[in-house]
Design a binder for this molecule. Structure first.
Ligand code: F0G
Length: 360
């Protein structure tokens, strides 16, 4: 029997394609290498002959794709001698920053919109020992403050305006290409700041330019309807959505993302909160995959475009599921309120047996 070598994170794996040196101290939690799962039931439910894969980024160490960028950003911050990092966040970036700072032995400061981040993410930032600064404002306000304070205090900004973040995140595209052996026809992502869609495109283009693959996907970005500046064609001042992770009205990678749309011949669209929650539930009930609401936006949009034929039959589609469902237990439980599958019975054999037989 031969044993595989131990997986030690994406910087180690893609060292030749990332800005690190041989002696760089790598701050890693074994991120990346996430499963690309082929959906078994949903294509049939849609009545369409399409191949849908989900890239389950919720299985990264802190439960979201942010770990890919954070391993790079914190590795470089430490290399440059930084003792503290800072970010504004709708929750996942703060969780990743807190964990990687703990790993590196430096301080993380996180600015989060008061009362508007999912419970799991808040718990993560707190338990890893980050300094949690709750602001009476939304993500966009926090981002502006972080940019200003970054000029006046000795802290490294680890939001996706830090170019090392996108370098790390581009590796998700490498993994998809390696597993499929070619580019998918369409790659669908939820869009907030639009860093991740830009990073994926960088990754796809890099393998294409180096002749490792000979095609690139059409990139499709879906936003929540109440927070859809790319659909409006202008910034949105008071974004609202149940998908708090993408409750962003002033995307930081605005120009980059429009370039992705043009270069890949892709498009942006929006999904209502109802569509997002329905896609989240469908994925859990029909495929056994639990992602957070923002993540389900990619599938919600893709399903609509597959049904309408905008994404034609015969296509191979990848949807990124950016974060784990456990990040936001409140929304999950609310989705199931009134469910006839939540029973309360006496602790007797009779009652338990009845509950089973009545629900077979
Ligand atoms: N999905 C999830 C679960 C996210 O947390 C985010 C962004 C996105 C999608 C959008 O990615 O910004 O690169 O377009 N979350 C950031 C945060 C803003 O602070 O955690 P994007």
């Amino acid at each position: 029997m031969t044993f595989r070598t131990r997986y030690t994170g994406l910087i180690d794996k893609y060292r030749d394609r990332l800005p690190v040196h041989d002696d760089t101290r790598i701050i890693s939690l074994g991120e990346g290498n996430t499963p690309l799962i082929r959906l078994n039931n949903i294509p049939g439910d849609l009545g369409k002959d399409v191949d849908i894969y989900v890239k389950y980024e919720g299985l990264n160490p802190t439960g979201s794709f942010k770990d890919r960028g954070m391993t790079m950003a914190v590795t470089k911050a430490v290399e440059e001698g930084s003792k503290a990092i800072i970010c504004a966040s709708t929750g996942n970036t703060s969780a990743a920053a807190a964990a990687y700072a703990a790993r590196a032995g430096i301080t993380a400061f996180v600015l989060i919109p008061d009362g508007k981040i999912a419970l799991g993410k808040l718990a993560q930032a707190m338990i890893h020992g980050a300094v949690v600064i709750q602001i009476k404002g939304n993500f966009d306000a926090g981002m502006e403050l972080v940019k200003q304070v970054g000029k006046e205090a000795p802290v490294t900004i680890v939001n996706s305006i830090n170019p090392f973040r996108l370098q790390g995140q581009k590796t998700a595209a490498f993994e998809i290409l390696e597993e499929l052996g070619a580019a998918p026809d369409y790659h669908c992502l939820p869009v907030g700041n639009a860093g991740n869609i830009s990073a994926h495109w960088m990754g796809y283009c890099e393998y294409h330019e180096h002749g490792i693959v000979n095609s690139r996907p059409i990139m499709v970005g879906y936003q929540a309807a109440g927070s859809a500046p790319f659909m409006r064609g202008e910034m949105v001042d008071n974004p609202e959505t149940v998908a708090t992770a993408i409750r962003i009205g002033h995307p930081q990678s605005w120009d980059k993302a429009w370039n992705v749309q043009k270069e890949s011949s892709g498009w942006f669209d929006e999904c209502t909160d109802e569509e997002i929650l329905a896609a989240q539930k469908m994925l859990t009930e029909r495929e056994g995959i639990f992602c957070e609401p923002a993540s389900a936006t990619s599938l919600a949009g893709a399903m609509r475009d597959i049904k309408s034929g905008k994404i034609p039959e015969g296509s191979k589609v990848v949807c990124t599921l950016t974060g784990h469902g456990l990040k936001d237990p409140d929304t999950a439980i609310k989705q199931c309120e009134g469910s006839n599958k939540m029973l309360k019975v006496d602790a007797t054999l009779e009652e338990v047996k009845k509950a089973i037989l009545d629900n077979m």
